[in-house]
Design a protein around this ligand. Structure first.
Ligand code: GAP
Length: 442
């Protein structure tokens, strides 16, 4: 299947089934901004929760934080974003379109209006959005919408050390919105102006940073395998000297084979003591750490794992999407989501509504919703209902039929294999939990 076709089909499925819509669509849309519909928000929250559990609950030395989006403007001077967070851009003198210099042929014609020789000299363009806070609208009231969540963690480093029982090495995890004035926003939600990040900053003793860097590289790749992502669609890319961000000593990206090719999904960065030292300098506050056992004092090094949550949504959708040819030439569209992130885990479907079957199924669905994300559907032929559930990636369908009324068993259908087994209603919840834990994509 052509790659662009896959992206087009994904975009269309996402709109049709309520995963993702263009922002402000009735006004013609807003470039670089997206809305997550009823199924999209569930998928996004589930990926976030999967990450949060893995990065906090599964480690005894990582704590969470939710810092505000608006921060003191000095934060961004200290971090280097005011002076360095820029992309070189050119404008077309004819049509005023703006392009990143690495995205076009500077000697060629303008991709928008076709005029040759119309580009200005490259200029650095800051990616931060700014606004004003308070009643006065001048330079003193400028605040920025954060371009990364990481700085909130550095700025609260001392607070966390003093108010919780963490000891180095330890991590602080955070999920939240970030904003960048991206000029090139094609490829659906891949690169947007408003997006979400899932970041963890791991504070360690200088000299141990390289060892922790390797540790976190391993952990982060394992995370994607655990989320059921196809391993042959994931790879490492090491940043060369020319790619390294201004704060990084070493950086690797996890790349995913998106419909448009291999692209960055997450970065693992060795940020050294750059950020804490900068905040120490600009704030005048001591951000060093005293090691109780050795009485040694130092500014910790930081190993950062930085993943895009919204980019993860696109990755999970691309990875899950399949148009499967069935016996007899029928084609089904199926999303092979891992059951832990699927928006709906269990659909309950009465074979027919009459003879008490619908009532039984409704009652069963109400019981199951205590533990699972459920969906009740009694309209249409059962085959059509299964297809609708396949298309939104529901891993388990439970069908209530006449036999159920006799012996309290139901049919449990598995999305990937379409296999059906008969299960006692009493064991259903436990069976679904077990299947979810042992899930391997088929
Ligand atoms: N704190 C480090 C940092 O922000 P980054 O490589 O600029 O590093 C990390 O961003 C991750 O955030 C990327 O790998 C990507 O998944 C996501 N990301 C960055 N810019 C994005 C954008 N404009 N739209 C969607 N996701 C983005």
């Amino acid at each position: 299947m052509a790659e662009t076709t896959t992206m087009d089909k994904l975009v269309s499925l996402c709109k049709r089934r309520g995963f993702i819509y263009q922002s402000s669509e009735i006004y013609g849309g807003l470039t670089g901004a997206w809305d997550y519909g009823p199924l999209g928000v569930e998928l996004k929250n589930n990926i976030r929760d999967f990450w949060w559990k893995e990065m906090t609950q599964m480690h005894d030395n990582i704590v969470g934080l939710d810092a505000s989006i608006l921060m003191h403007p000095k934060v961004w001077e200290a971090s280097g974003h005011v002076s360095n967070f820029t992309d070189p851009m050119v404008d077309c003198r004819q049509c005023k379109s703006r392009f990143r210099t690495d995205m076009i042929d500077l000697q060629g014609a303008c991709p928008t209006c076709g005029t040759s020789g119309s580009f200005t000299e490259p200029r650095n363009f800051n990616l931060m959005f700014s606004t004003h806070m308070g009643a006065v609208h001048d330079d003193s009231s400028i605040v920025y919408l954060r371009p990364e969540t990481a700085q909130g963690i550095y700025v609260d480093f001392k607070n966390v050390v003093q108010s919780s029982r963490v000891k180095i090495p330890f991590g602080i995890a955070q999920v939240g919105k970030s904003f960048r004035n991206e000029i090139t926003t094609k490829n659906f939600i891949f690169r947007s102006c408003e997006f979400e990040q899932m970041e963890m900053q791991y504070f360690c003793k200088p000299g141990t940073d390289e060892q922790w860097f390797e540790f976190w590289k391993d952990q982060r790749m394992s995370f994607y395998h655990a989320m059921g992502i196809r391993p042959d669609h994931l790879r490492w890319h090491q940043h060369g000297e020319d790619e390294l961000a201004f704060y990084a000593k070493e950086a690797y990206d996890i790349q995913y084979l998106f419909p448009m090719g291999w692209q960055e999904l997450e970065g693992v960065h060795n940020r050294t003591d750059y950020d804490l030292s900068q905040h120490q300098k600009f704030s005048g506050k001591d951000l060093s750490y005293l090691e109780q056992e050795t009485k040694e004092r130092y500014v910790p090094y930081v190993v950062e794992t930085s993943a895009g949550l919204t980019r993860n949504v696109l990755m999970v959708l691309s990875d899950a999407y399949e148009e499967q040819e069935l016996e007899g030439g029928d084609v089904r569209t199926v999303l092979h989501f891992h059951p832990s992130v699927a928006p709906v885990t269990v659909a309950v479907l009465p074979l027919v509504k009459k003879d008490g079957i619908g009532d039984y199924a409704e009652k069963l669905e109400r019981e199951l919703r205590e533990d699972f994300a459920t969906f009740y559907d009694q309209s249409g032929a059962i085959g059509r209902r299964y297809r609708r559930m396949d298309e939104i990636g529901t891993p388990y369908c439970v069908t209530v039929d006449y036999q159920t009324l006799d012996d309290n068993t139901v049919t449990l259908r598995f999305r990937d294999t379409m296999e059906q087994v008969r299960v006692s209603v009493d064991e259903l919840g436990e069976r679904i939990r077990r299947e979810t834990k042992a899930y391997k994509r088929q």
